[in-house]
Write a protein of this length. Structure first.
Length: 154
């Protein structure tokens, strides 16, 4: 393994040499330095509407660092009698990106909603998250709108 020195620092990072002998940096994990991952569950304006506001990176590390698996499941499944809900809106406006764990949670929730006759709409999806949805071809399952207000009008 080759080591390169990050310009202006004394830190060394792994790298590989290119054809001219210069060192090309290897992939280094990106660290997101924002607020932690949270989910808020709120009632919408119309009866039977539930809004899930997600905030922060929607990744396995951030998700399970912030909430236990049971808390995640309970947030989406809700209280007893939640079958009367007709619309679930996932507000992703404050989610800069997600990984396969976040996507898996959304797909699992979609399947539960379909089984209960509940519509699921994604609101405020960032271009990076749209890329993930399109790359995995699940974008066709989720209606997307710009804002929660737009979703509530559908």
């Amino acid at each position: 393994m080759w080591i390169y020195r990050l310009a202006g620092t004394n830190r060394e990072h792994p790298g590989i040499p290119d054809r001219k002998g210069a060192t090309i940096p290897m992939a280094v994990a990106q660290v997101w330095k924002s607020s932690k991952f949270t989910i808020e569950r709120n009632q919408g304006k119309a009866p039977g509407t539930v809004i899930f506001r997600l905030s922060g990176p929607f990744t396995a590390r951030d998700m399970h660092g912030a909430l236990s698996p049971n808390e995640l499941r309970n947030t989406f499944e809700g209280e007893a009698g939640s079958d009367r809900h007709a619309l679930h809106i996932l507000d992703l406006a404050d989610v800069p990106y997600m990984d396969s764990a976040g996507l898996g949670l959304i797909v699992s929730h979609y399947v539960r909603c379909q089984g209960r006759g509940v519509r699921l709409i994604l609101a405020g999806v960032s271009p990076r998250v749209v890329q993930l949805l399109e790359m995995t071809t699940v974008d066709k399952f989720f209606p997307r709108v710009a804002t929660v207000e737009d979703a509530e009008r559908l």
